[in-house]
Design a protein around this ligand. Structure first.
Ligand code: ATP
Ligand code: MG
Length: 576
């Protein structure tokens, strides 16, 4: 974290932690953890949890652990562990020596299990998965007890040992907690604690063929690590009585679990399973596709860690599920890049312009401001010459009303350069497409200000044709057309909710020469076009940029409108 981060406002979790410290609970210590399952990449929802857990530890002089909840060997991979570590570090957090794995506790969890069996709190069940489901009952109907529920302790110990030794097939036996088949909370209806999975684990290899269920491993892992505040999303509220039950039966350290609402974002899915589906089906180029809501995707898109932390601080922590407008995330990155990104000129869809009255071989180096928000960032020189490129969109042969840019006979300003007037249009013989403009420039207007004070309504960006560099630019739109893509029922519906136009690749863009050698990850504002980041695919031969976000800020406008309405004014903003 840096001093530029906004201080998070307090919330019910921070108040509880403060209260516990005041009461000297846990001898005043605060230990939190971020517990990902290494079965996919982290997304922006995880960032909320990371900022909360690491943030609370930092505010309270405590520690935050990074613990991999790696209890399912069939879905987990070492590759994901590395990616998760990279992403947490990139986001700006440091877990020091506190890197843990639930799999490091397999021995202790096994020991706890023997203890529970001996106390008569667990039994080996031979019902199939389907039968267990049927016996469980429903929210309105109590469950039925398993016929294996009342086995003697010795038989349970013996069978569990044989499960562990690999004597039985996957799915033939499970170990279940003996709680209450009539409980109104389904999680307490004799939940499964261990299952047989003859699968190799990314850390323990073939040491085990039985694996603890997440619900058994999670609470005990928190307890083993001495976690004081175990923060999780609301779905786990109904699991808390189960976690409490295990901890009470084992009489071990009892972390305080506190639930908060997960992040939901409009036009976005935040489920690792669904994101994996997109990757596997090839709907995106990978977990780090710039359209993905993963931290790797956002990084490649050009998001800064600080903008994501600021976003997390602004949305705050609540107890109620809601959906955050993705415009707020975009607003946060604009706000940050506005302060740090160097301004440059880049033309996305070039149209050739010849300045007829400009000397053939003359080149002028004009001064351009690097960042009007930060004079300390200085200025640079941009070359101006007789042949330029401007944006195709900045010219109309028949300008509609309110189109103030270039048109036949009309005068506009070229940023940092001169006023030019369009005096001729060259069209393709067959297609009629405009392929070149002829203009004249007014030598008296260098720097863009005419001595007679005459007004021009538009300022265009441009590059010098002979000096510009070729570039590829990737423009992105929302990955989904549906506002709530998480609501879809199945994977086909998810596929049909995809936006077919979420990626547009422009291959013949031209950018100013100061961008030569810009390294992957560096960020710029292309004047009038948005913020851009050099992609990993970029090379000295061909620059490749991703557009992080356009300049238009719908969120700022929403906020502005709200303030205006609040102030009782009905005026419209002039730049709307
Ligand atoms: P997914 O639903 O995407 O599979 P998960 O909860 O299964 O996510 P984990 O790896 O278990 O993924 O998540 C690690 C931590 O991140 C958990 O503590 C979880 O509560 C938190 N987390 C996951 N998604 C969100 C979210 N959308 N908002 C806030 N916290 C989240
Ligand atoms: Mg989870």
């Amino acid at each position: 974290m840096t001093s530029r981060d906004a201080t998070p406002t307090s919330d019910f979790i921070r108040s509880k932690v403060a209260q516990d410290r005041k009461a000297n609970k846990n001898a005043g210590r605060v230990v939190t953890r971020f517990p990902p399952e290494p079965n996919g990449y982290l997304h922006i929802g995880h960032a909320k949890s990371i900022c909360l857990n690491f943030g609370i530890a930092a505010q309270n002089g405590g520690t935050c652990h990074l613990r991999f909840d790696d209890t399912n060997p069939t879905k987990e991979e070492q590759h994901y562990v590395q990616a998760i570590k990279q992403d947490v570090r990139w986001l700006g957090f440091d877990w020091g020596d506190h890197e843990y794995y639930a799999s490091d506790y397999f021995d202790r969890l096994h020991g706890y299990t023997l203890e529970l069996i001996k106390k008569g709190n667990a039994f080996v069940c031979e019902l199939s998965a389907e039968q267990i489901r049927q016996y469980r009952g429903t929210l309105t109907k109590p469950g039925r007890e398993s016929p294996y529920r009342n086995r003697p302790v010795q038989e349970n110990l013996d069978l569990f040992e044989r499960m562990r030794a690999g004597e039985f097939e996957d799915g033939s036996h499970v170990l279940r907690a003996k709680i209450d088949m009539a409980s109104p909370n389904l999680n307490l209806r004799d939940p499964v604690m261990y299952r047989i999975l003859k699968a190799s684990h990314h850390r323990t290899g073939s040491m085990w063929c039985i694996y603890p269920m997440y619900d058994f491993a999670h609470g005990q892992s928190d307890s083993i690590e001495g976690i004081t505040h175990s923060l999780c999303t609301l779905e786990f509220e109904d699991h808390r009585p189960l976690y409490d039950w295990y901890l009470d039966k084992l009489s071990i350290h009892h972390p305080q679990q506190i639930e908060f609402a997960r992040l939901n974002l409009s036009y976005t899915v935040l489920s690792k399973r669904k994101l994996l589906e997109l990757v596997q089906r090839g709907d995106v180029s990978g977990w780090d596709d710039p359209r993905m809501p993963t931290l790797a995707g956002l990084r490649r898109r050009g998001y800064t860690p600080q903008s994501i932390r600021n976003f997390c601080n602004r949305i705050g922590i609540t107890k109620y599920n809601s959906t955050t407008d993705i415009a707020l995330l975009e607003h946060c990155v604009r706000e940050d890049l506005n302060r740090r990104a160097t301004r440059v000129m880049g033309v996305l869809r070039p149209l050739r312009v010849v300045i007829d009255n400009y000397p053939q071989n003359q080149v002028e180096e004009l001064d351009a401001v690097n960042n009007p928000e930060d004079p300390g960032m200085g200025s640079r020189k941009v070359p101006f010459s007789r042949v330029l490129f401007i944006e195709r969109d900045d010219f109309r042969q028949q300008p509609p009303r309110k189109f103030f840019r270039l048109a036949p006979g009309r005068e506009v300003r070229l940023r940092y350069a001169y006023l030019i007037r369009c005096v001729g249009v060259v069209k393709h013989e067959e297609t009629g497409e405009v392929i070149e403009l002829h203009c004249t420039y007014d030598p008296e207007t260098r720097g863009g200000s005419p001595p007679d004070g005459r007004k021009v309504k538009a300022t265009l960006h441009w590059v010098s044709a002979d000096h510009a560099l070729e570039a590829e630019v990737r423009l992105f739109d929302r990955l989904f057309i549906k506002e709530n893509p998480s609501d879809v029922k199945n994977d086909e519906d998810l596929a049909s909710a995809l936006n077919p136009d979420s990626l547009e690749t422009l291959t013949s863009c031209r950018v100013e020469p100061s961008l030569a050698g810009a390294s992957p990850g560096s960020r710029f504002q292309f004047e009038r076009q948005g913020y851009f980041c050099v992609d990993a695919d970029s090379s000295v031969r061909k620059l490749v940029f991703n557009r992080t976000v356009s300049l238009r800020d719908t969120w700022a406008r929403i906020e502005q409108r709200q303030t205006l309405t609040a102030a009782g004014k009905q005026k419209h903003s002039p730049n709307g």
